[in-house]
Ligand binder design. Sequence first.
Ligand SMILES: Cc1cc2nc3c(=O)[nH]c(=O)nc-3n(C[C@H](O)[C@H](O)[C@H](O)COP(=O)(O)OP(=O)(O)OC[C@H]3O[C@@H](n4cnc5c(N)ncnc54)[C@H](O)[C@@H]3O)c2cc1C
Length: 391
Amino acid sequence: MSAKIDDILTAARRHCDEVIRPGVDGWNATRKWPRAASDKAAALGLLGLYAPAEWGGQGLSLGDGIRVYEELGKGDGAYAFALSMHNICTFAVCGFGSEALKRDWARDLTSGRKLANFSLTEPQSGSDASTMYSKARINGDGTWTISGAKAWVSLAGEADIYLTVVKTSDAPGHKDMAMIAIPKGTKGLSFGPLYDTPSYSFLPMGEMYLDNVVVPEANIILPVGKGLQGSLMAIDIARVSIAAGCCGLMQSALDTALGYTKNRKMFGGTALDLDGIQWMLGEVATDLEASRLLYRAAANALGTPEGPLMAAHAKRFVPDAAIKAANTCTQAMGGMGLLTAYGLDRLSRLAQMLRIVDGTTEISRVVIGRALKKRAAELPDVPVPKGFGQA
Ligand SMILES: Cc1cc2nc3c(=O)[nH]c(=O)nc-3n(C[C@H](O)[C@H](O)[C@H](O)COP(=O)(O)OP(=O)(O)OC[C@H]3O[C@@H](n4cnc5c(N)ncnc54)[C@H](O)[C@@H]3O)c2cc1C
């Protein structure tokens, strides 16, 4: 591991201990995005993780940078998710944006002065993105006029730029899709009421409406035909980042349960002296080690042909393990595990949310199933033993 990633991980750990953990309950109570906190994260370099140094970024590899979310996830998985989305969008702007877009936005994004969102989901299309409607008309002067609606827009109204996937024709399917950056404040762009969500209410989420929004062609990030394919690459990074955040969540749940059970007196010793409690928490510890190995292997595979499958394995396995961990740790603490002050209920709800966002567990199973079928087709047939199925 390079010295730079060591420093960044130390900074992320500090940010978690000094800003996220003490702040998160207050953020949820006020239901407001903690911009002062994300500004502090930015000052530590956590908002330009993968962007090159020439644009003010840290220039980290995905394999290294994704580990930051394990640290942030110890404090809060939704906060880690939002920063991950911003980092992926910033990476896209620096990697695929026009020179004009980079000049106008890259440094503001890597410095965290501006925040970015990725908008793919629509009210009628989630897992099946090919049924989206939002559409851009390509004008004679090169500008695009976009109309439609997006749903589940994280940082809705708080982000300064929205990397939006749109169709460019009436043809069904995804071959005409593109991604274009729409700055907040552009005429015709508006937001619906914020969703009412449990346990991460500081993350503003809602619908985004596009009513004849005109954007210059310099804002195109993924050209016509590449919109869905490029988005799926971004989503693979997001899936592994979520798995990393879930590992932080599991560590946090486990540490809470250990810290409590080591002192809880019962049957002449402590709860943690009981084999049954050790076995429960031991299972969480094994799942955590397995999850950590899996997300790190998946992070290192991103950008290779194995990347999408490894990301699916990580997204399928780790959030489920995190839900189990949060619930097991609650159980190990008895009634005390239910008290809000210990935060385990918040962690359970966060883990459930992380099973859904950026491709559900079921969609990961679909990706894995497809890979299994491909492998099966390459394998020699396993014949049925002689005598079976013969009349
Ligand atoms: C907290 C949060 C933040 C989000 N932020 C953003 C954002 O910023 N930008 C954005 O674009 N999107 C965002 N999303 C949307 C998210 O990516 C979608 O919720 C997700 O892709 C699932 O889509 P859906 O909710 O419409 O579920 P649906 O697609 O309606 O799925 C319903 C159920 O059907 C299952 N299912 C679907 N297909 C299959 C299949 N083939 N086989 C078996 N089961 C299947 C699903 O797993 C799920 O259980 C966010 C979501 C959440 C919860």
